[in-house]
Design a protein around this ligand. Structure first.
Ligand SMILES: [Zn+2]
Length: 134
C-alpha cells in the first residue's frame, strides 16, 4: 500500500524538482533532462524521506549515483564534498572535472524560490550519512 502511494507520487516529484531547478544538475549545471534525475536528499525508505521539493535535488545520472553511494556529499551550507580517497586518485576527465573539481564548491543551481530550496535538516541527515560512509 505504502509502496503504491510512493510510486504514484514519483512523476509529480520529478516534475516539481525539474521545474524548481530549471532542468539543471545542482552540482554541475548539466541541462539535459534525459540525463537528469530528481534525487531524494533523504531516501524515501527513511521516515523523513518525503517526496517534497525540499527533500529533492536535480542531479545528473553520475552525480545522483555518487550521492547515493556517499562518494559525493552536500553539507547543510550547500557545499559539495567528495570522498577523501577519490581526491587522492588520479584518473580520467570524469573523475578530475566531474568529481574532484567540484569538491569545496557551492551548488551551481538552486531554486530561485527560497521555499523550494533544500531543507537544511534533511541535508544534515544526509551529510551525516556521507561522513559516516553509509
Ligand atoms: Zn551533475
Amino acid at each position: 500500500m505504502a509502496e503504491t502511494k510512493r510510486r504514484l507520487h514519483q512523476p509529480v516529484f520529478r516534475a516539481t524538482v525539474m521545474r524548481a531547478y530549471e532542468t539543471r544538475c545542482t552540482v554541475c549545471a548539466l541541462g539535459h533532462g534525459e540525463l537528469l534525475d530528481a534525487a531524494h536528499i533523504v531516501p524515501d525508505s527513511n521516515e523523513a524521506g518525503i517526496a517534497s521539493v525540499n527533500n529533492g535535488l536535480a542531479l545528473c545520472k553520475i552525480h545522483h549515483a555518487a550521492y547515493d553511494v556517499n562518494i559525493l556529499g552536500i553539507t547543510p551550507e550547500l557545499i559539495v564534498e567528495i570522498r577523501k580517497d577519490l581526491l587522492d586518485e588520479i584518473d580520467g576527465p570524469m573523475l578530475q572535472h566531474g568529481l574532484k573539481e567540484r569538491h569545496g564548491q557551492k551548488l551551481m543551481v538552486l531554486p530561485p524560490t527560497r521555499s523550494e530550496r533544500p531543507d537544511r535538516d534533511l541535508l544534515a541527515i544526509s551529510y551525516e550519512r556521507f561522513l559516516s560512509g553509509g
